[in-house]
Design a protein around this ligand. Structure first.
Ligand SMILES: [Zn+2]
Length: 248
C-alpha cells in the first residue's frame, strides 16, 4: 500500500500541474473575445463617421454650387440696375438684389457650417483610426499569446497525461476510482498530508493514534472532515511525533 500511496502522490502532482495548465489559458480566450467585440464596435463607428463625411461633402458641394449660381444672379441684377428706365423697374431689380444677397449670406453660412462639421468629423476619424490600429495590434498580440499558450499547454498536457497513464498502471482499479471520486468532489485535490497532527487541506485534527497508523502508510485512511486520503511525508511534517507521544 505504501507504494500505491506514493504513486498517488505523484499522480496528484501531475493533476495539479494539469489544473495549472488549464488555468494558464483560462483568461486569454475571454480577453481575445472582449477585444474583438470592442474593435468591431469601433470599426462600425468609424464607418458611420466616414459615411457622415461623404454626406457632408455632398451637402457642401450643393451649397457651393447654389452659392455660385446666386452670385451669378446677383451680378446679373447689378448689371440690370444700370439699364433700368423707370423707378418701378429699379425697385423690382433692387428687391431681386436684396433677395440674392440674403441667399448668398445664407449659403455662405451653410458652406462654413458644412466645412466645420466635416473637419470635426475628420478629426474624430483620425482619432478612431489610431484607436483601431492600436486595438488591432493588441488583438493580434493576444491571439498569438493564446495560440502559443494553447500550443505549449497542449504539448505539456500530452506529456503529463502520458506520464499519468503510465503511473495508473501501478494501481488497482478500486484505488484509481476512489482517488478520482475524491479528486472530482474536492476541487481536484484528493490527497491531504498529515501535518503537525492535522489534515493539511481542511486543518481537522487527527487523533494521535490514527496519526501513528497513517504514518505507517499501510492502508488508506480518510480525513473524517474533508474525506480526502491522508498520507504522510516525513520531510513535510514537523517533528511533532515526540509531543504526540507524551500526550498519549
Ligand atoms: Zn481534511
Amino acid at each position: 500500500m505504501r507504494f500505491a500511496l506514493e504513486v498517488l502522490i505523484d499522480i496528484q502532482e501531475i493533476d495539479k500541474q494539469l489544473a495549472l495548465l488549464e488555468k494558464a489559458k483560462g483568461n486569454l480566450p475571454q480577453k481575445v473575445r472582449e477585444i474583438s467585440s470592442d474593435l468591431s464596435q469601433l470599426e462600425t463607428e468609424l464607418e458611420e463617421k466616414r459615411a457622415l463625411v461623404e454626406e457632408t461633402t455632398a451637402k457642401l458641394k450643393k451649397a457651393e454650387n447654389d452659392l455660385a449660381s446666386s452670385k451669378g444672379k446677383l451680378q446679373k441684377y447689378q448689371q440690370q440696375l444700370y439699364q433700368v428706365k423707370t423707378n418701378k423697374e429699379y425697385d423690382a431689380v433692387t428687391v431681386e438684389i436684396d433677395s440674392a444677397e440674403q441667399e448668398i449670406d445664407r449659403l455662405e453660412f451653410q458652406v462654413l457650417e458644412a466645412e466645420e462639421s466635416r473637419n470635426n468629423t475628420r478629426e474624430k476619424i483620425d482619432e478612431l483610426e489610431k484607436k483601431v490600429q492600436t486595438m488591432r495590434a493588441d488583438l493580434e498580440e493576444n491571439k498569438k499569446m493564446l495560440e502559443n499558450t494553447l500550443g505549449e499547454t497542449r504539448h505539456a498536457g500530452e506529456k503529463l497525461s502520458k506520464k499519468r497513464n503510465e503511473l495508473l498502471k501501478n494501481l488497482s482499479k478500486p484505488i484509481i476510482s476512489t482517488y478520482d471520486r475524491i479528486r472530482i468532489g474536492r476541487h481536484g485535490i484528493a490527497l491531504a498530508l498529515l501535518k503537525n497532527g492535522s489534515c493539511s487541506e481542511c486543518s481537522a485534527r487527527i487523533p494521535p493514534q490514527r496519526a501513528m497508523e497513517i504514518r505507517m502508510m499501510n492502508r488508506l485512511f480518510y480525513c473524517e472532515v474533508c474525506g480526502r486520503i491522508l498520507i504522510w511525508k516525513q520531510e513535510e511534517d514537523s517533528p511533532i511525533v515526540e509531543n504526540e507521544k507524551t500526550t498519549e
